[in-house]
Design a protein around this ligand. Structure first.
Ligand code: RBF
Ligand code: MG
Length: 175
């Protein structure tokens, strides 16, 4: 199956609502002006590459996973599934369009400034404005479960050098 679009960019800081309010941290993607797909909730494959220590920020209670990454710079997440939104977050009424991805491997640190490669594979639904925060959270939980099975259809693209860099991390040499 053909994917929809591809973005290679950087992670920027968002509103911070993902982790705090929704229990679903998202990486916000810079420079999406040229992205020509409709708004909606999508799933796909992604890769985060952290080359310098300044591209990872230690968070309270995350010391061990932070150190683990810093010790193996350049760090490559490998190609992992994501689910996320493209649009205006109608539940919050954002003024500007954003692309944010929740990585399905549960990253435990922030990585503002890191390189991110995002293959947008499939639209799952439209963005909705819910009656309560709880309903939005339930919808997101459901999206996460659905995405886990849907991205498998695209897993062959993980090895495609046009979209993802192969074997960056020092960890891949030793294993
Ligand atoms: N925002 C909305 O306003 N409506 C949605 O239906 C919606 N669905 C989402 C589904 C997923 C899987 C994710 C990761 C985010 C979704 N969001 C949605 C975006 C959410 O509001 C945003 O990530 C946070 O507000 C942080 O910017
Ligand atoms: Mg975010």
């Amino acid at each position: 199956m053909r994917f929809l679009s591809y973005v290679k960019s950087r992670v920027i800081s968002g509103f911070g609502r993902g982790s705090r309010e929704l229990g679903c941290p998202t990486a916000n993607i810079a420079d999406i002006d040229k992205l020509d797909i409709p708004t909606g909730i999508y799933c796909g494959l992604g890769q985060v590459i952290i080359r310098q220590q300044s591209e990872i920020q230690e968070q309270p209670g995350q010391h061990e996973s932070y150190v683990e990454v810093v010790e193996q710079l350049p760090y490559d997440s490998g190609v992992i599934g994501w689910v996320g939104s493209h649009g205006f977050n109608p539940h919050y009424g954002n003024k500007e369009k954003s692309l944010e991805v929740h990585l399905l491997n549960n990253f435990k640190f922030d990585f503002y400034g890191a390189e991110i490669r995002v293959l947008i594979c499939k639209k799952m639904r439209d963005e909705e404005k819910y009656d309560s925060l709880d309903e939005l959270k339930k919808a997101i939980e459901n999206d996460i479960q659905m995405a886990k099975s849907q991205v498998i259809e695209f897993s062959h693209l993980a090895e495609d050098v046009r979209y993802f860099q192969q074997n960056i991390t020092s960890k891949s040499e030793s294993s």
